[in-house]
Design a binder for this molecule. Structure first.
Ligand code: ADQ
Length: 465
């Protein structure tokens, strides 16, 4: 007889629900969609920050698991979330492309809040016998060890959604040993790619030598003999769900509007959270260089840049927004012909799934050009939508994304080289249809085979040991 699957206690910065005015709904997003069927089959709990709302439900009809809200004070949100998570760890883990800020009071709050999350996780584990613990992302690096100290036999996995930088970059953070030892409370620590995994193992080997931690292949052996495994397990999207949305009547209607708006022009598209890791400035500069070099293209191409507002209480993000808007305005000022449409359409907002999928379907060339990105799901979403509709647009993809390891038939680019990027965009515009078709169908197959459900299965099997 087959054992029934073990329950799961997931811990992430936010709970997977949001207030829609007259009630609560599951938030959209890959992780939630992926976990929903698994959690329904397995039962368990999700521990996360309640985002400041006082009436977060502990159950939702469409979700079989318990929601375990963590309350944070305004000072904790400021120092742990806006401070240590977003201004110390986020830039540090993204190769320090913005300078990380090191502030002792933020570190203190980070430790306190991680302890709050660990308390809530232990409570949920006590109520769910035999559960696996699955901790997510850079907000909670200390949680695995905090739980291990109280539940030494607990099976625990950690998944990092960002990159892990080179050991030299990671070594800059004053609390580097504590952060690494926090993670080593897990049984398995997982990353999107083998490169991040190697960087992490090398950081442990170098910085924890004096603590008696030994590297053995891709594993770390602790002084008490316990072994922590690492694994590379690229996250993905719910391909079937994207296909369904992409071929819905609403998406057809939205697509017709976009196509009419840009009739006769080739559409280039960028879709990102407005974040300095995403290379939006370099992308705009490459587009500007292209229009400069090729006057014949000025009325033939349009760049649609959709940017979701993000972290606008952080100075670096406000500065980025103002740069992006200034450059988009400059390009339109320079290249718009009297009586004609502008070359850059800039949308600063979040879009509904059908509208987003209509833009993906309308895009002849998708520009995914981050300076550094753990995975990048937008690239996979574009492939899923184009494939579901039998289209064959060209994908220009930064080699500094996790997705580049899997989508090798894309046009890979180095976004730091603006002239080079501009030349690759030109190549994408001229790529023969057979070549695009072959590339899209190979990428479509790969994304379909490795969707988010198979990622969850692999992760949970790994944690189960
Ligand atoms: P993010 O940095 O947020 O995620 P990404 O993987 O690109 O980056 O996911 C963004 C999500 O937001 C996508 O699902 C996309 O559809 C959505 N989105 C973007 N613009 C939108 C818009 N205007 N309207 C509506 N939705 C929009 C982090 C890491 C990534 C990693 C993921 C998952 O930084 O590297 O891929 O987690 O692990």
């Amino acid at each position: 007889m087959q054992d029934s699957p073990r329950p799961v206690v997931a811990v992430a910065n936010r709970l997977p629900v949001h207030d829609v005015g007259d009630g609560w709904q599951l938030s959209p997003g890959g992780l939630v969609t992926a976990l929903k069927p698994v959690m329904s089959a397995r039962s368990g709990a999700w521990v996360g920050w309640d985002g400041g709302s006082k009436d977060t439900p502990t159950r939702l009809p469409e979700l079989s698991i318990e929601l375990a809200p963590v309350r944070l004070s305004a000072a904790q949100v400021r120092d742990y979330y806006h401070g240590f998570a977003n201004r110390t760890l986020w830039p540090l883990l993204h190769n320090a492309i913005e300078k990380p800020v090191f502030e002792r009071s933020w570190w203190k709050a980070y430790g306190d809040v991680n302890a709050r999350f660990a308390d809530a996780a232990v409570k949920a584990l006590d109520a769910t016998p035999d559960a696996l613990l699955w901790v997510h992302d850079y907000h909670l690096l200390l949680v695995p060890e905090l739980v291990r100290a109280r539940r030494p036999e607990q099976r625990t996995g950690f998944f990092l959604h960002t990159p892990w930088p080179s050991p030299d970059v990671f070594a800059r953070v004053p609390w580097r040993k504590e952060l690494l030892l926090g993670l080593l409370g897990a049984d398995v620590v997982s990353f999107h790619t083998g490169r991040y995994l190697t960087n992490f193992v090398r950081a442990c080997g170098r910085l924890l030598k004096d603590e008696g931690v030994r590297v053995s292949g891709d594993s770390l052996v602790l002084p008490d003999g316990r072994t922590v495994r690492t694994s590379a397990s690229p996250i993905s999207i719910d391909v079937a769900q994207f296909g369904k949305v992409a071929t819905s009547e609403q998406a057809d209607a939205d697509l017709a509007v976009v196509q009419e708006q840009f009739a006769g022009r080739t559409v280039l598209l960028g879709v990102d959270r407005l974040d300095y890791t995403k290379g939006i400035v370099e992308r705009l500069l490459a587009f500007e260089a292209l229009l400069e070099r090729r006057p014949d293209l000025r009325e033939q191409v349009v760049l649609v840049q959709v940017a979701v507002p993000s972290r606008d209480d952080v100075r670096e993000y406000r500065q980025l927004r103002s740069n992006v808007e200034q450059i988009a305005g400059r390009i339109n000022g320079r290249f718009t012909q009297p009586g004609k449409d502008v070359p850059v359409h800039y949308l600063y907002r979040s879009l509904a799934p059908q509208a987003l999928s209509a833009y993906y379907a309308a895009a002849d060339v998708m520009l995914v050009t981050p300076l550094v990105d753990g995975m990048n799901l937008v690239a996979k979403e574009y492939v899923a939508v184009q494939d579901a509709r039998g289209l064959c647009g060209a994908l220009v993809l930064s080699e500094f994304t996790g997705a580049a390891d899997e989508l090798e038939e894309s046009l890979l680019c180095n976004p730091f080289d603006v002239e080079g990027l501009s030349a690759i965009v030109e190549r994408a515009l001229e790529m023969p249809v057979e070549q695009r078709r072959a590339a899209m169908s190979a990428m479509g197959r790969r994304v379909t085979e490795h969707d988010v459900h198979s990622w969850v299965d692999v992760q949970l099997a790994d944690i189960g040991g």
